[in-house]
Structures are given as C-alpha cells and as structure tokens.
Design a protein around this ligand. Structure first.
Ligand code: AMP
Ligand code: MG
Length: 189
C-alpha cells in the first residue's frame, strides 16, 4: 500500500485508569482518541479532533476524571471503539500514512484493544515514536514525559494536558520542531 508522506497523523489516547491497579472486573480501555494532522513540509497543523470512545469493560473513575477531565456521562455518549477505528481509517487514512505518538503506549494499547475486540488494527506499520526521537536528538540518557519535553523545548502547552486532542496538537508542534532541527542548525551557520 502506498505510504503518504504529505501528512503525519499524530495520535494521543486517554484511557480509563485508576490510582493503583484496576478493580478486579475492569481493564483499561480507550476513552478518547486525540488526532492532529501535521504537514511536515510546512509545520502546519491541520486540525485538532477529539473522538470520544465508549468503554465496555470499564468505567471512568473519579481519579480518571481528575486526570483527564472526562466523565462517565461524557464517554457514554461516545462512539464504539469499532466506529472510532473506522473513522481513523476513512477520514484520516491512517492505514496509508505515517502516524506518530509520544512514546509507545498509544500503539501498544491500540494493538491490545484491537486484538481483544477482534477489530482490524487501523494504522500502518509506520509508527514514529516522538519520545525516542526527542531523547536521541537531545542526547539524553533517559527519556522524560511529554510535559517536561515541551518545557525543555520552550514550547507552549495549549489547552489541557491529559486531554487527547490538546496533547496531540501540542506534541505535533514538538515533532515539527524536531524534524526541522537539522535545518535550523544549517541556517544558523
Ligand atoms: P496522557 O497521554 O499522558 O494523558 O496519558 C494517557 C493515559 O495514560 C491516561 O488517559 C491514563 O489512562 C494513563 N495515565 C497517565 N498518567 C497516569 C497516572 N499518573 N496514573 C494513572 N494512569 C495514568
Ligand atoms: Mg494524553
């Protein structure tokens, strides 16, 4: 399948979570898929989308609401996970494009949840781990969280951290900065 390099699809998910382990009868599931399309040639961020997804084997805890601001009432109005995957494929062409996220968590959760619910994995194999890229480019000995990385790059955190759409939007800017660092150095010489 042709891989389109004109846009990178940046994804940031939020999931049901608890302060410690999940209750015995629940598992962590995706409740929001934040999406931002980045044009690598210009750095233009095309959109900021939030797909709210209805969990089926878990509920939103008070801890999760505090972290993400998402409530049980809100996610109950969301689309099913299967519908969300279909939207990614159809509207964002995620099976043909490079996609990126900060860390490997988002990719692993999609793989897990697709396998568990017997839903086709909606992405291409071209996943870019922005955390790895950041760590290598900065020459760090160990990786750091997204908020710290943004601060280290003196980039603003727009919106609310731990909301998928805002996280995706912000990390898209970081990715563009990282992709153009070589250019910035050359121009300064
Ligand atoms: P983030 O993209 O950093 O907002 O995190 C994605 C998801 O990871 C959240 O929606 C939670 O499910 C989980 N998560 C992040 N931070 C924590 C935390 N401190 N405790 C428990 N779960 C967390
Ligand atoms: Mg997030």
């Amino acid at each position: 399948m042709t891989r389109r390099y004109d846009q990178i699809i940046i994804v940031d998910i939020e999931c049901t979570c608890w302060e410690r382990r999940p209750p015995p009868d629940q598992i962590s599931e995706i409740i929001e898929i934040g999406i931002c399309r980045l044009k690598p040639a210009t750095g233009e961020r095309l959109d900021k989308r939030s797909l709210i997804v209805r969990p089926v084997q878990s509920t939103v805890s008070a801890f999760c609401t505090e972290l993400t601001s998402l409530t049980q009432e809100q996610v109950e109005k969301g689309v099913s996970f299967a519908e969300a995957c279909a939207i990614l494929e159809k509207e964002f062409k995620t099976r043909q494009r490079v996609w990126a996220s900060y860390g490997d968590y988002d990719r692993q959760q999609f793989e897990r949840q697709c396998a568990a619910s017997d839903i086709r994995y909606p992405f291409s194999a071209s996943h870019l781990n922005i955390k790895t890229l950041f760590t290598l480019i900065q020459g760090l000995r160990h990786d750091v969280g997204m908020a710290v990385a943004m601060e280290m790059m003196a980039l603003p955190m727009d919106g609310r951290h731990h909301r998928g759409d805002d996280d995706a939007w912000n990390v898209a800017q970081m990715l563009h900065r990282l992709l153009t660092i070589r250019q910035q150095v050359t121009q300064a010489e």
